[in-house]
Design a protein around this ligand. Structure first.
Ligand code: FES
Length: 91
């Protein structure tokens, strides 16, 4: 099965907002939900939505306003359902 790429913006604006605190939390969340074999977490250059907080992208969908404080909530409420929907669509 090919893994879905989950991009985390590592650009300078997102860096300033604490992306290096978000990264280990995301890695733990991916492990906790046993997604290591279905999702590849990748750093990305600026995703061009710098005024919207830390940004992640899965397929065509962007998740904005992520912070070290809310990453767990956004992952559980928004990103996880999107991962599950993407997996359900793939053959
Ligand atoms: S630096 Fe992250 S969106 Fe631009």
């Amino acid at each position: 099965m090919t893994k879905e790429n989950l991009f985390l913006c590592m650009g300078s604006a997102c860096h300033q907002l604490g992306v290096y605190e978000v990264l280990p939390k995301l890695q733990s969340l991916i492990q906790a939900h046993e997604l290591e074999n279905v999702v590849e977490l990748k750093g990305s250059f600026c995703l061009e939505t710098c005024s919207h907080g830390i940004v992640m992208k899965l397929g065509d969908r962007c998740f904005v306003d992520i912070s070290p404080q809310n990453v767990e909530t956004i992952f559980t409420q928004d990103i996880l359902p999107e991962i599950q929907a993407t997996l359900a669509r793939s053959p």
